[in-house]
Design a protein around this ligand. Structure first.
Ligand SMILES: *Cc1c(COP(=O)(O)O)cnc(C)c1O
Length: 363
């Protein structure tokens, strides 16, 4: 029996009835943009993240870039970002005309190393955008302390961390604002694109509501030159159906991660490290091995899915070739060693031990 990397059809089948009921409500309502479903989802997701406001937008990239724009960050400004992340983190900074300035991770957690942040701060630095990569929350009290010393805003990229907690507090509530993605493969995924910003800041929330809807809250009156970036009613209804099961799904992912830890104990690979104070949500289970190609070949031969997150560091992407980057040895080493094993709430102990057996067969 094959084990795919992620079977989205199977994942969503677990919520089939609730999803269909949600879509039916939208059809019956005849209201498709910024209506009751988006309002209810925003209320429910804000409560879930333990913050005052949630603003639904079109996708995770917009959630981050509109937040930077609403904070007044633009050309000439610098924003500290992780050297190893999905490129959307960097693109959000670039999209407002600011410069992404990379900070290397702690090798254990893969997350931005708070001790390296201060070295990257200049007179132009305006914000830090830590990413809770693979669902592991960043060391936020250390990051917030540096931010406070230098008067920087902290915007979380929580696109992989729906439900994670740092020292008891939810991802999404740990900075001035946070961007979430509801891309189908995320822990809370829509049946298409979707995103949201969470914040406790009333002014910021109001600005984001304007920006996402043509700069308008009152039809045909436009306060600012906004954009069209709205979470739509159908996706909001789907997300509501799945949100009620998110905690249970995350618990199931944690069980899968614990089985991997058990099954890979003693194997010659580096397993994920959970920082003290972190409650991760295991968006991905990422190991490191210098023999990655051999492990990939063995998994493929056994019918087991696997992926690399990410095969090319942002600063080495053609998209960023025009800028001069310092050497970033940790991110550069990771891209050759990281390997994501199948991770989903529905995986069984037998599945996990079969994957681990193939990994161990290579060593
Ligand atoms: C998925 C993701 C995004 C972007 O989300 P989209 O909805 O695809 O635009 C941003 N940052 C990280 C870390 C992500 O994984």
């Amino acid at each position: 029996m094959n084990i795919p990397f992620l079977d989205l059809k199977r994942l969503n089948a677990a919520h089939d009835e609730a999803i269909r009921a949600g879509i039916e409500r939208v059809l019956a309502s005849g209201w498709y943009i910024l209506g009751a479903e988006v309002e209810a989802f925003e209320r429910e997701f804000a409560a879930y993240c333990e913050v005052k406001h949630c603003i639904g937008v079109a996708d995770g990239l917009d959630a981050l870039s509109l937040t930077l724009r609403a904070l007044g960050i633009g050309p000439g400004d610098e924003v500290l970002v992780p050297s190893n992340t999905f490129i959307a983190t960097w693109l959000a900074v670039s999209s407002v005309g600011a410069i992404p300035v990379p900070v290397e991770p702690r090798p254990g957690t893969h997350n931005m190393d708070p001790e390296r942040i201060e070295d990257a701060v200049t007179a132009r630095t305006k914000a830090i955008m830590p990413v809770h990569l693979y669902g592991q929350p960043c060391e936020m009290e250390a990051i917030n302390a540096v931010a406070q010393r230098h008067g920087l805003k902290v915007v979380e990229d929580a696109a992989q961390a729906h439900g994670a907690r740092w020292q008891g507090r939810r991802a999404g509530s740990l900075g001035i604002a946070a961007g979430f993605s509801f891309y189908p493969g995320k822990n809370l995924g829509a049946l298409g694109d979707g995103g949201a910003v969470t914040t406790n800041d009333d002014t910021l929330a109001a600005k984001l509501r304007l920006l996402r809807n043509y700069g308008s809250t009152q039809k045909y009156r436009h306060e600012v030159q906004g954009v069209n970036s709205r979470l739509d009613e159908i996706q909001a209804a789907v997300l509501r159906a799945k949100l009620s099961a998110l905690d249970a799904d995350n618990v199931a992912r944690a069980r899968v991660a614990a089985w991997y830890d058990e099954a890979l104990t003693g194997a010659d690979v580096i397993r994920p490290v959970v920082a003290p104070g972190a409650e991760p949500v295991w968006h991905l289970y990422v190991i490191r091995t210098p023999r990655r190609a051999a492990v990939q070949a063995a998994l493929t031969a056994a019918g087991i899915g696997h992926l690399v997150h990410y095969p090319l560091a942002c600063h080495q992407q053609p998209a960023y070739a025009a800028l001069a980057w310092p050497s970033l040895p940790i991110a550069e080493a990771f891209q050759h060693e990281v390997l994501s094993l199948p991770m989903a709430p529905y995986l069984t102990r037998d599945d996990v031990f079969r994957v681990a057996e193939v990994v161990r067969s290579v060593g």
